[in-house]
Ligand binder design. Structure first.
Ligand SMILES: [Zn+2]
Ligand SMILES: [Zn+2]
Length: 351
């Protein structure tokens, strides 16, 4: 009880000074570059033992932007020395569970830290239709854990407005393709990919899945999101310095679908439906390499794949794409710049 009270005071006292300052990500001079930090390089569901679900931090001149937020994101941020509340902009490619179920963890940490610092900082979350519902639901969910602290006598409730916990999170739903975000560091262009191509009406009008092209001072990074083969993604990626792509192995897809079918006594129709999803709404190695090749990107980074043997994916993708191919792991960092277009694993000094 006593510990709980002290925690509440710490949470809501918000002196405005003396609170731990947000960590600077990447000290000068190494900050003058664009970094890709993979917080989650696996796919899902189900969860993997060794890899978190999809989540990537794009850090431009030290400013972090989060792209997707699967389960395990917050833990990986802690391991990478990232303070989640320093991330003021989040983008969702789509709202599949493996890409968004880590959001509540991050929001809870943000909410706690911002309140502790007495900060009125807002955090903007961009994503497809239904992102507002997702963010509002996640905030409602985390407030159950904080309301009791706020109700303790003696707590200075800076997080409360008219007795209600104020949300610092602002959702922005992306309804159309084109330029969807711009600030002094990046410009983001969205294109609808083919991840929901098999979805029936009316769901396919209510849900969208995007690929993002992000222009930075040091080059262009394109995220496929989850997608099947897609001319729209190929066009969006044209000439990019880096393409971050999901990838699946054809033989593993077949083994996975057959295993699921046998374990759960699925009908042939249900089995075929999953197989169609995996082959038409995701990219096998050949597809990923061909998109990169057709789009003339300069480098390819693989993620959203199986934990076992990423080198085998790289080897196969290289048959279809002549440029450098990187198989990411959780906490892997890649640096773009400071010379325009140079892309490689970050030197250990660029932390
Ligand atoms: Zn996914
Ligand atoms: Zn998906």
């Amino acid at each position: 009880m006593r510990a709980s009270f002290l925690f509440a005071v710490a949470l809501f006292a918000g002196t405005g000074h003396g609170a731990p300052r947000a960590q600077t990500i990447g000290a000068a001079p190494s900050a003058q570059r664009t970094q890709l930090l993979f917080l989650g390089s696996g796919g899902g569901p189900p969860l993997n033992l060794d890899r978190s679900e999809p989540s990537t931090l794009l850090i431009v001149d030290g400013r972090p932007y989060l792209i997707d937020c699967g389960i395990g994101t917050m833990r990986r941020m802690l391991e990478a020395g990232i303070s989640s509340e320093t991330i003021h902009t989040v983008f969702f490619t789509h709202l599949h569970a493996d890409h968004d179920l880590g959001l509540a963890d991050v929001m809870a940490n943000d909410f706690f830290m911002l309140n502790q610092a007495g900060s009125s900082q807002t955090i903007d979350v961009y994503g497809p239709p239904q992102t507002r519902q997702l963010v509002d639901a996640a905030f409602d969910y985390i407030t159950y854990g904080f309301r009791a602290f706020a109700a303790e006598p003696g707590a200075i409730r800076s997080g409360l407005v008219n007795g209600v916990l104020r949300s610092p999170f602002e959702a922005h739903e992306i309804q159309h393709e084109g330029v969807v975000y711009q600030d002094d560091k990046i410009r983001v262009t969205a294109a609808e990919n083919s991840h929901y191509v098999l979805m029936q009406s009316p769901a396919n009008q209510e849900m969208k899945s995007y690929a993002y092209r992000i222009e930075t001072p040091h080059g262009v990074v394109v995220f496929t999101g989850d997608t099947g083969p897609s001319d729209a993604v190929t066009r969006l990626a044209t000439g990019a310095d880096v393409l971050v792509t999901e990838v699946q192995r054809e033989d593993q897809i077949k083994a996975f679908v057959n295993r699921m079918s046998e374990q759960n006594n699925w009908s042939p129709e249900r089995t075929t439906a999953l197989m169609n999803h995996m082959t038409r709404e995701h990219l096998i190695e050949k597809d990923a390499g061909e998109i990169a090749s057709k789009a003339h990107v300069k480098a390819l980074v693989l993620y959203h794949y199986d934990a076992a043997n990423s080198a085998a994916y790289v080897t196969t993708v290289k048959k279809y794409f002549a440029g450098p191919v990187f198989g990411s792991a959780d906490l892997a960092r890649y640096c773009l710049g400071p010379q325009s277009g140079s892309f490689t694993a970050c030197p250990s000094t660029a932390r």
